[in-house]
Design a protein around this ligand. Structure first.
Ligand code: FPP
Length: 241
């Protein structure tokens, strides 16, 4: 008997939300929820590899998150460092390429050095690309692309007509996501139904799944259930089928 052919999204992106509430429900500090959230990152990365997803991206820290209490920001950065150190061998074993995108100028030199090292070590892995958005916001991304264009025009005024003729594909190459496809599926946990300044340009035709599950509880079964729901969606991209 022929097996059902599953429709697997090429790029799944997750807005990981609800760590603080998960910790509060247990009478613990918010950072306890972030630490538990790292386990969900591990579980979803494994599930993505197992299911044949090619890109998994995670909204780990927004430009707006810099406004959180200093000790929470510090703990989150420490968790990233710890996770990178601990997970590198597993990323290599599972053939996972690791990429960080965002306003890296705001990150510390030591964190940037570690990110560069992890990205270089995993650069030729091909089974899954794991993208972590750090110090990222969609409006910042579009603005940095526009500023790059302005600089180019100032340096090369003779290219004005060519630059004015730019199309959507070419502009997309100026975003930090130039090398990764737009997300097919965006999942947000914890019952919040908003994009919160995430991938504003790239989400134009993404499918959305909003779930009440808090991020530390979002593990392999929840990831697989989201893929099953995605498989039922009818994507028309503004056209008629
Ligand atoms: C949202 O929960 C979660 C975050 C802002 C941080 C997510 C980061 C991690 C899970 C850490 C590690 C990441 C990697 C990639 C290793 P919240 O604090 O907004 O929760 P709340 O809405 O309940 O307050």
């Amino acid at each position: 008997m022929e097996e059902d052919k599953k429709i697997i999204p090429r790029h799944v992106s997750i807005i990981m939300d609800g760590n603080g509430r998960w910790a509060c429900e247990r009478g613990k500090e918010r950072v306890f929820g972030h630490a538990a959230g790292v386990e969900s990152v591990r579980a979803c990365t494994e599930a993505a590899v197992e299911e044949g997803v090619k890109y998994l991206s995670l909204f780990a820290f927004s430009e707006e998150n810099w406004g959180r209490p200093e000790d929470e920001v510090h703990t989150l950065m420490e968790l990233m460092v710890k996770a990178m150190k601990e997970e590198l061998p597993t990323l290599m074993k599972n053939d996972v390429r690791f990429v960080v995108l965002g306003n890296r100028g705001r990150l510390s030199d030591s964190l940037n050095a570690m990110i560069d090292d992890c990205m270089q070590t995993t650069a030729s892995n091909g089974r899954l690309t794991l993208v972590v958005f750090l110090s990222y916001s969609g409006k910042w991304d579009i603005l940095q692309a526009a500023k790059g264009l302005l600089e180019e025009l100032a340096g090369h005024p003779e290219r004005k007509e060519e630059l004015l003729g730019m199309d959507i594909m070419e502009f997309g190459k100026r975003l930090v996501t130039a090398d990764i496809p737009d997300p097919d599926l965006i999942i947000r946990t914890s019952g919040e139904c908003r994009l919160s300044n995430y991938m504003l340009w790239q989400a134009a035709y993404s499918e959305f799944i909003f779930t009440d599950v808090l991020w530390p509880d979002f593990r392999k079964p929840e990831f697989r259930a989201a893929l099953a729901e995605y498989a039922k969606r009818d994507r028309r991209y503004g056209k008629v089928k």
